[in-house]
Ligand binder design. Structure first.
Ligand SMILES: [Zn+2]
Length: 138
């Protein structure tokens, strides 16, 4: 369990958080243009259709960019450097997340590396995180 702020689901984001509690990374998909997007919103970011559905992603992604944060974040107990990443999901959307399972050194991290989602407990929520090893969530 990681200490830190606990996300508060809203009606718009509840399907996402229901997914993470079931070890599923869900994003919205537009039925009109078939594209996926994240973060949650009421209309498609590409074609403005409101004919949307929630789908479960493969959990596979590649690393688009990252920073190594050496300053403790407010409200977080950990003093270890954190790798904060932009990851591109196989389905297309780009997400901000924490990288786990890597040494927080540039030599150990490469742009384009394959990543897999897993989930970390935070309060009564589960947060998606990504790492280089596929974790079989229950
Ligand atoms: Zn669309």
């Amino acid at each position: 369990m990681t200490a830190g702020p606990v996300p508060l689901p809203t009606p718009q984001t509840a399907p996402f958080w229901d997914g993470t509690r079931n070890s599923e990374l869900r994003v919205q998909r537009c039925r009109a243009c078939s594209r996926h997007f994240f973060y949650p919103r009421p209309i498609c970011r590409y074609c403005q259709s409101s004919d949307l559905e929630w789908v479960t992603t493969s959990g596979r992604a590649t690393l688009a960019s990252y920073i190594i944060n050496y300053r403790p974040l407010p409200f977080f107990e950990t003093k270890e450097p954190q790798v904060i990443a932009l990851v591109d999901l196989e389905e297309g959307p780009r997400m901000v997340c924490t990288l786990i399972g890597v040494e927080p050194r540039p030599e150990a991290i490469s742009i384009g590396m394959a990543l897999y989602v897993s989930f970390e407990e935070r309060g009564d929520q589960m947060l998606p995180v990504f790492g280089p090893v596929e974790v079989r969530n229950k």
